[in-house]
Design a protein around this ligand. Structure first.
Ligand code: FES
Length: 108
């Protein structure tokens, strides 16, 4: 598999999540307040909810439905009710564009 361009870096707003689909996998792309771009599985492991519709708080993405917070770097849930992690994917920034290879999981 190869990396796929998903969007331009300037399409991302700080502390907001943007849903993309790469090779059939829904991924939430997040630009955190330190300027780091994260790619985290978009589907909450507690229910069929898009995490990109939730809230970025520091290094977490919070599901709007029941409040589970997932760590952006590891995908681990830090709060219940979710207890299963979501996958985290490698991100590359090339010439101002964001690339993700969904076959390269950093965690899970
Ligand atoms: S669906 Fe996400 S915490 Fe319940």
């Amino acid at each position: 598999m190869t990396s796929t361009r998903v969007l331009a870096l300037d399409e991302l707003s700080q502390d907001e999540a943007h849903r993309v689909v790469v090779e059939g996998i829904a991924i939430a792309v997040v630009l955190d307040s330190s300027g780091t771009v994260h790619a985290i599985g978009d589907t909450c492991t507690h229910g069929d909810i898009s995490l990109a519709e939730g809230f970025v708080e520091g290094d977490t993405l919070e599901c709007w439905a029941h409040g589970s917070k997932f760590e952006l770097t590891t995908g681990k849930p830090l709060t219940l009710p979710a207890y299963e992690p979501v996958p985290v994917f490698a991100v590359e920034i090339v010439d101002g564009d964001v690339y993700i290879d969904p076959s390269q999981k950093l965690a899970v």
